[in-house]
Design a protein around this ligand. Structure first.
Ligand code: SF4
Length: 457
């Protein structure tokens, strides 16, 4: 146990001075409901200090912690750190079906084909793993589990569905682990918020660990690219469905299909530009205006697109091709329209780019670029109790703060554990035996370079 101010923290060993400083900063930010930018170099035990301090504070004040990192591999490491402590809280980890599905056939699918197939089986009560989960009425225990543990404990041992197990845990979790694109991408965040688990970021402590490239992730989340080939696939999906089922559709749905197909074909023509166009963000609205989608009617356009997506998702005999992003072409189109229209109040931070990827027909591409990470973070900063952005390398902190347009009242730049006096910088061209130290690609597999480097160190 470690005492910091009025808090007693469960810590697995005597903390280093840099860890104490780090935990003091976390607790100061949380006590004052402020946001924090905390830099602590690799090797300083940052993640452990971060988990122990945020969870101690959250447990005392009854708040939820949303812990995010860039990849599942990094989350796995953070969960291993949590396991090394005596802290036990109700936890959940968010992963996609591609990580968590254990159904022998559905687990081999990908993207939205997988999502759709799972939804169909669940609706028809035909997935044994989902049924097993329902019949066992699992209580939220205090086990610390990463994705592999879920697959083992829930999928293999209990023969139940880890994906829905995890979603159920989300309801009552005190700490939720997820990759940070689930929060930064507003459509993914909305999908979580509108899901069954009534997930919310309001008043939560949100941690972005390994946040050194958070700006590019945030800008990417508010950008999109649509190509003529993509639109061609949309048109193909729409026409296939009209051909197969047009006569059995309601009048309204049929009109939705026809209207959307016209939109897609016109969009394709607009992308067929003779030369590159680089314009400000609001040029995107000129494009949509030519397609008769404006700020006044885009909501109803999205609704009609959603009716079509739902219809296609439910049709047994129709299989849409999905991209690796797990969106079907029509879902990506919907996402692009939503991104464009939700950016209109801050359109000065965007740019529009039209070009031909290959110099012949049907290779037009439209890029809508976001140039400010603040766009994706605005709503998060308004709703969260505190944001803690942390990494081994964040400096210069002031520049990052300006780019994010968030006031981080607590800042810390921890020193390296290794003193500069302990570091020797020299250029070595030869090893102890006089052989040249050359790590060029052709020498990579050579048996002489690696042992020589060891002998130098
Ligand atoms: S319910 Fe679970 S196991 Fe069954 S198909 Fe869906 S994700 Fe896979």
């Amino acid at each position: 146990m470690v005492r910091i101010g009025e808090y007693t923290l469960s810590f697995p060993h005597e903390p280093y001075p840099v860890q104490v400083e780090y935990m003091k900063s976390v607790l100061a930010a949380l006590d004052a409901s402020q946001h924090a930018l905390l830099e602590s170099p690799t090797g300083t035990g940052k993640t452990l200090a971060l988990l122990c301090s945020t969870l101690a504070w959250a447990q005392r004040h009854g708040k939820k912690v949303i812990y995010t990192s860039r990849t599942h591999a990094q989350l796995k490491q953070a969960i291993a750190e949590l396991r090394s402590t005596s802290i036990r809280v109700k936890m959940a980890i968010i992963g996609s079906r591609s990580h968590l599905c254990v159904h022998p056939k559905v687990s081999k699918l990908s993207g939205s084909t997988q999502n759709t197939e799972c939804t169909r089986l669940v609706r028809r009560r035909e997935c044994q793993f989902h049924l097993a989960l329902q019949s066992s009425r699992t209580e939220h225990d205090l086990e610390v589990r990463d994705i592999e543990d879920l697959l083992q404990d829930v999928g293999l041992e209990r023969r139940a569905c880890p994906y829905y197990f995890s979603a159920n845990m989300l309801r009552t979790a005190q700490v939720v682990f997820m990759p940070y694109n689930y929060l930064v991408d507003f459509q993914r965040r909305k999908a979580l918020e509108e899901g069954d688990a009534s997930f919310s970021i309001r008043d939560a402590i949100i941690v972005f660990d390994e946040a050194h490239n958070i700006e590019s992730v945030a800008m990417e989340a508010a950008s999109f690219q649509i190509s003529a080939r993509h639109l061609e696939r949309c048109a193909f999906d729409l026409q296939s469905c009209i051909d197969k089922s047009g006569t059995s559709m309601s009048r309204q749905l049929y009109d939705d299909f026809v209207r959307l197909k016209r939109f897609v074909l016109n969009f394709e023509r607009i992308l067929d530009v003779p030369s590159e166009v680089c314009e400000n963000g609001d040029y995107i609205f000129k494009i949509f205006e030519r397609l008769q989608v404006t700020t006044l009617n885009y909501v109803s356009f999205i609704h009609s697109l959603e009716r079509i997506i739902d219809y296609l998702g439910l049709k047994e005999d129709f299989e849409m091709v999905s991209d690796p992003n797990s969106y079907t072409p029509l879902e990506s189109l919907k996402s692009a329209i939503l991104v464009a229209f939700s950016s209109r109040r801050e359109i000065q931070h965007f740019g529009t780019h039209l070009f031909q990827s290959q110099p012949h027909e049907k290779n037009g591409v439209l890029d809508f670029w976001c140039f400010s990470p603040s766009i994706a973070f605005k709503e998060i900063a308004q709703q969260a109790k505190s944001i803690i952005l942390t990494s081994g390398t964040l400096s210069p902190l002031q520049t990052l703060e300006q780019e994010m347009s968030i006031s981080f009242q607590v800042k810390l730049e921890n020193p390296h554990v290794v003193e500069s006096s302990q570091i020797l910088c020299q250029i070595l061209t030869k090893g102890p035996g006089g052989t040249s130290l050359n790590s060029a690609f052709k020498n990579r597999d050579s048996n002489s370079v690696s042992p020589m480097l060891h002998s130098v160190s």
